[in-house]
Structures are given as C-alpha cells and as structure tokens.
Design a binder for this molecule. Structure first.
Ligand code: SF4
Ligand code: SF4
Length: 293
C-alpha cells in the first residue's frame, strides 16, 4: 500500500479540487482509501458527497477544574499558572476555562488535591463512504487547538482500514501551510504532491513546504495549477524545480469548468473533458508510475 499526500504552502491553490480529481482517476484503477487531513477546513466532502457510516468524539485535551469544597484559597495554583487562568476568590479559587491551556501545573501543586483535569471534546472524526472509496475526515470545533492530534487520528484510522482491506493507495488531502498538522499529515507518506500557483509568493510557498517534506525524507513532485494566469511566475516555479531537481508532474491551465464542477459537487475529471481534465489525466499517469518505482 502506497501513501500519497497532497500539500501546498498556502491555502487557496486548488489542492482539494486536485485531490478529488485524483481520487476519481485512481479509483478506476485501484483500491483506494481517502483521508481529509485538513481538519480546520475539511472540504473534500463537499466534492465527494460522502455518506457517514461512523461518528466519533475527539478529545483534544483537558482543562483544570477546582472543587470549591476542597479549596483552601491558598493561592498556590495562581502562582504556578503561567496563563493567568486562575481566578482568586475569598472562599475558593476558580479556573477561567477559556484561558486554561491544560498544562496541569496547578493539578500537581495543589496541596489539597482540589483540582482535577477534565477531558474536553474538541471535535469529531468520521468514517464515510464515497463513490471512490472510504473517506476518513473530521471536524475541529471552533476555537479548539490540537488539530495535529486530530489529523494523526484521521490518518491512523485511514491507514488501518487501508491495511485491513489490502488497499493499493492511501490518498491524503493535507492541510495548507507548514505547521504541526502538515507534519502529521505527511508522516509515513511515500510521496508528496506539492500544488503550486504562479503568484507572487508561489516560489516562497513551495520552498517552505518543500523544506518540511525534505526534512522527513519524503520524495516530492510538483503540480502547477492555473499555470497560464501568470506565465512569468509559472516560469519562476519551473526554474526553481529544475534547480532543485524536483519533477513537475503537470501544468493545469486556468479552466472555469473546474469551478462549475465544484459547484455541482463533482471532481472536474468526472464532470467534463477539457484542458484541466486532460492535464490531470497526465499528472495522474506520472504519479502512478512514480509511486510504482
Ligand atoms: S492550590 Fe488548591 S487549595 Fe490552593 S487555591 Fe488552588 S485549588 Fe485552592
Ligand atoms: S492547567 Fe495549567 S493553564 Fe490550566 S489553570 Fe492549571 S496551571 Fe493554569
């Protein structure tokens, strides 16, 4: 089983449209499991129209809670809290739940064991069926952190099913950027497809995400999206890739049909023939061969 992760140095490059199209193309040739690892803005489901078959709570961490009947109002917890999350009172102290970072320093220092750490549900993760294969995805509640941990959960579940069902490919739609969730999404990948756009920051965004995949030793391929909207910037990306020895698997021209397909809940490759679909077929053929070698 091979694992392909799709990344981009920033959001809005068309990464999810490309992930949906590759899911469509790959599913006609092999057994596929999908993971939407962009848990802060999961939108692969908007194109794949999944049917949920499992729903699970996700505990992202814990917050401190003080038992007022046990509290001596000694103030030790206020002194050790680096996040100003303890609110003093005359009879007992309280915790500001929004300010609490869950570090548990107060829990260990309280002389009366008046503090307990209460697990918090930070989101949900799901297993769904799609016409291209099972999809694992998630929803992180507003204001919640730990998205790296939730990405790891989604990935683990997808990988387990892929191994259990002897799937050929685990296709991961990764989060944009270079943070902790990107590292979680990339873990164990056999290859990373980096989606770049010919914008002012295009090369810089690509360089940043490439530094992450290089650090973890993941071979990368580049796909330039909307390549003709700025040929000069596209040329900069091409030159950068040539200099770094990174193969370019495709150049997708700007094609209004891509948006039309998204609005209709379809991957572009399933929706219409045209320049974008043609470029995606070529890109998939290149990726398939690269994954085999
Ligand atoms: S350390 Fe314990 S006993 Fe002292 S104020 Fe905090 S919760 Fe109350
Ligand atoms: S768990 Fe950490 S952040 Fe939360 S109240 Fe206790 S010391 Fe402060």
């Amino acid at each position: 089983m091979k694992q392909l992760v799709i990344l981009s140095g920033k959001g809005g490059t068309g990464k999810t449209s490309i992930a949906a199209a590759l899911a469509h193309l790959a599913s006609s040739e092999m057994r596929l499991v999908l993971a939407d690892a962009d848990v802060d803005a999961a939108n692969l489901e908007l194109v794949l129209a999944p049917t949920r078959v499992e729903e699970h709570p996700f505990e992202g961490g814990a917050v401190a809670e003080i038992d007022p009947d046990e509290c001596l109002a000694c103030g030790i917890c206020e002194g050790v809290c680096r996040f100003d999350a303890i609110i003093p009172g005359e009879q007992s102290y309280q915790v500001d739940r929004l300010a609490c970072e869950g570090c548990a320093a107060c829990f260990y220092q309280c002389p009366k064991q008046a503090i307990r750490m209460v697990p918090q549900q930070a989101g949900e993760w799901y297993r769904s069926d799609t016409r291209f294969g099972p999809l694992f995805h998630a929803h992180l509640f507003a204001g919640q952190e730990n998205s790296g941990k939730l990405v790891t959960m989604v990935k683990q579940q997808a990988r387990l099913l892929a191994l259990d069902t002897d799937a050929d490919l685990l296709l991961v739609d990764g989060p944009p950027g270079i943070g902790c969730p990107v590292i979680s999404a990339s873990a164990g990948a056999d290859m990373a497809l980096l989606v770049a756009e010919p914008t002012i920051s295009g090369v810089h965004d690509l360089e940043r995400v490439l530094a992450t995949t290089d650090h973890f030793g993941i071979p990368a391929r580049v796909l330039i999206n909307k390549t003709d909207i700025n040929p000069a910037r596209a040329g900069d990306i091409e030159a950068f890739c040539q200099e770094r020895g990174i193969p370019i698997v495709g150049r997708i021209p700007y094609d209004t049909t891509v948006t039309e397909a998204m609005v209709n809940g379809q991957p572009i490759t399933a929706y219409a023939d045209g320049p974008a679909t043609e470029a995606l077929h070529l890109a998939w053929a290149h990726l398939r061969e690269a994954l085999r070698s």
